[in-house]
Ligand binder design. Structure first.
Ligand SMILES: Nc1ncnc2c1ncn2[C@@H]1O[C@H](COP(=O)(O)OP(=O)(O)OP(=O)(O)O)[C@@H](O)[C@H]1O
Ligand SMILES: [Mg+2]
Length: 398
């Protein structure tokens, strides 16, 4: 059967069995042996994407291998999307049509890929940080899915496989995904399981490049750490700081720069998978950086309250505010990755000013002198005492 005729039969099949209408003359993506179409689902409101695979017609090894690859992609994608994680492109199902020499996967239509967004040049540093956190959340979900003793890896995180739907990141394209069996401790990166074909080289971790350059080249081992490396490359691309090989940090606002610079260094400094930063640490550093503006705001609020005159009336409301602001600042600055030294110093300085001032306020209320201290527990105790003194004072006034 000619290709054209088979494509018409595929259109009919999709309409009859899935109530999906596609026009095979107009793919949105054409990779010679695979096409992606935008389709309408007649029995519902949603638009779908249909990824169609052309199976080699001639019987033999090539056909068998291709079919095994497609079956794996469908199975892995169906398994991963079953739990409906918000960061996975929903999959409506897939099928191999041996007689037509086609296979297909139906998914929800995604309005925009990260690649398209990058091309618009319209991506702020805040969005880049937020989207990277969400990519990592999606990957953590995938890596947390088990299949017998195995776990899943994505294998090919890159902008054309990542979508943005209503502010939410969704991961797609499970063509390089594998189920891997960690032997012993997975952090030692020893895997048995299926090998991988080479994924996009622009995002390739150095350990895979080394395997490719070995003579004879070695097989690629799918790894959780490689997914994280590729995400780190995507993150750097989003920040727009790699122009050719010259990093351009000018685009990054000053308040984030030193933290982002050291994060990039710590991520892309890994030569071996064992050195790769774990997903959770990557996420917590990003969340810390994302919070920097909040830290600055909180610091300024504390400064404002603290620099009121020593003998001024401090309302219980102000004290409560001071309390919660300090907790906020304290927990943010106390985070493991406090690298904003300027800020930390500023807050430390305010803390001692704070203590001195509060102590004198306390003296005002208690009528007895106390030593100033920078110990947080003492400040908190002091605040509690002031609050108590306030309550007593209020009760007394009535
Ligand atoms: N669910 C979808 N919604 C909208 N567009 C999609 C969807 N799935 C795929 N596409 C479009 O088709 C392109 C290719 O899809 P996909 O990445 O799944 O196939 P692929 O052939 O494995 O791609 P590649 O080999 O280039 O990574 C995507 O980059 C995107 O532009
Ligand atoms: Mg792709």
């Amino acid at each position: 059967m000619e290709l054209e005729e088979r494509l018409l039969k595929l259109e009919e099949h999709l309409l009859e069995n899935n109530h999906i209408r596609i026009d095979t003359k107009n793919p949105v993506h054409n990779a010679t042996v695979r096409w992606v179409y935008q389709g309408e689902k007649e029995d519902s409101e949603i638009d779908v994407a249909v990824k169609v695979f052309q199976i080699p017609v001639e019987r033999g090894d090539q056909r068998d291998h291709y079919m095994a690859d497609v079956r794996r992609e469908i199975k892995i994608y169906e398994n991963i999307s079953r739990k409906q994680n918000p960061h996975i492109v929903p999959c409506l199902g897939g099928l191999v049509l041996e007689k037509l020499d086609f296979a297909y996967i139906v998914m929800n239509w995604m309005p925009e890929s990260l690649q398209q967004r990058l091309q618009t040049g319209n991506l702020t540093v805040e969005e880049s940080i937020e989207y990277t956190i969400q990519i990592l959340e999606g990957l953590a979900f995938i890596h947390g899915q088990t299949n017998g003793p195995g776990i899943y890896v994505h294998g090919d995180p890159k902008p054309s496989n990542i979508y943005i739907d209503d502010g939410l990141i969704k991961l797609g394209d499970f063509g390089h995904s594998r189920i891997v069996l960690p032997i012993g401790e997975s952090s030692h990166g020893r895997f048995i399981g299926e090998i991988q074909t080479r994924a996009d080289q622009r995002y390739e971790p150095p350990w895979d490049t080394k395997r490719a350059e070995a003579k004879p080249p070695l097989a690629y081992l799918p790894r959780v750490e490689s997914d994280i490396w590729r995400t780190a490359e995507v993150f750097v691309e989003m920040l727009g700081i790699m122009k050719g090989r010259e990093p351009n940090w000018q685009r990054v606002p000053e308040i984030y720069r030193s933290d982002l610079e050291s994060l990039k260094k710590d991520l892309l400094g890994a030569d071996e998978p064992e050195q790769m930063m774990p997903n959770a640490e990557f996420q917590s550093r990003l969340r810390y950086i994302k919070n920097i503006p909040t830290v600055i705001d909180a610091t300024e609020t504390v400064n404002g309250i603290v620099s009121s005159p020593a003998d001024a009336w401090l309302s219980p409301e102000q004290i409560r505010q001071l309390y919660s602001q300090r907790d906020q600042v304290g927990s943010l600055i106390g985070a493991e990755h406090a690298k904003t030294q300027g800020l930390t110093a500023m807050i430390d300085e305010r803390r001692s000013a704070d203590t001195a001032l509060l102590t004198s306020k306390l003296q005002y209320w208690q009528g007895e002198p106390k030593e100033a201290t920078t110990d947080i527990a003492t400040i908190d105790g002091t605040l509690a005492q002031i609050t108590e003194a306030m309550e007593v004072n209020k009760a007394w006034q009535h």
